[in-house]
Write a protein that binds this ligand. Sequence first.
Ligand SMILES: [Zn+2]
Length: 345
Amino acid sequence: MSEAPTRIHCTIDLEAPGRRVGRLEVRHSDNRHAYGIIPVPIACIGGGRGPTVLVTAGNHGDEHEGRIIARRLVRELDPAQVRGRLIVMPALNYPAVLEDSRVSPLDGGNMNRAYPGDAGGTPTFAIAHYVESVLLPRCDAALDLHSGGKVSEYLPCAFLVESGDRDLMSAKLDAVKAFGAPVTTVVSATADPRSLSGAADRHGVVSLATELGGAGTVDLDALAVGEAGTRRWLAHVGLLKQEVASPAAATRFLRTRDRNDFVVAPMDGLFEPRVRLGDRVRARDIAGIVHPVDDPEREGVEVRFSSAGVVVCRRVPARTLRGDYLFHVGEPVEEESLRVSKESS
Ligand SMILES: [Zn+2]
């Protein structure tokens, strides 16, 4: 595949063996950066024959567990342990990471809605373009480490975007089983082709994401799920020469089907939840109460689940506006039901 021109300069040679740490230099001009560059960290470890594997974190700048995992890989992985090469971007939307913000303060860009990107676009779109047109065509597998961010919290999980391609879907299922998180959230209807997962699908790259906790903090349990899973996944894709000591436990698949699986605030107010992450709920169960913030004599409004399932994600701030999402659920499904049959592929 021919590479589209990029205005980004990478300061390290991605083809040379060893360990190299540098930056993508994104040229940008605004009131702060007259002729400046945005230095987006990048590292490459390995060399020789084998797979090319991409690990990204900081796709959203307020999601922290993955950034710690990615940084640790750069420092701890010995090139002698590696077959092929590992490319790590621990702060993918670097301007957003600097601001501890989901989206970039420079252009309002949500990196996970920016693919295939734009070489001549604003920084978020230029970085997305580099990933899609320069990095992904070189890759065999990709792992994009997310958490819930400041406003959301997830059951620590692997995150699988379904594919209609039988072989790609089968490879993705094998990848999440190797990752071995206690829970794998599966999405189809809510998946977006502008995401990094969508970009990976376009290039036939077997991709996997995570949602490791959230709430703008670092959760110890979620971090442990992510650290162990990432090492097992690196062994699974053939990057590590040695097997990983901790075996994968069986993962539980929870599938979010459509908008009925999301609970949305019907009015502005103060939200009192009535369920916790991981709870099993039935359709019509009460999710919580939205209390008006003004007149104490006004009753709060009950909010109910539309569909049954397990609560996989919750909104964190109690203050809500009409239309804010409050929870979403996933339906427990068997692995076999996620496989694409020959007829439908
Ligand atoms: Zn995210």
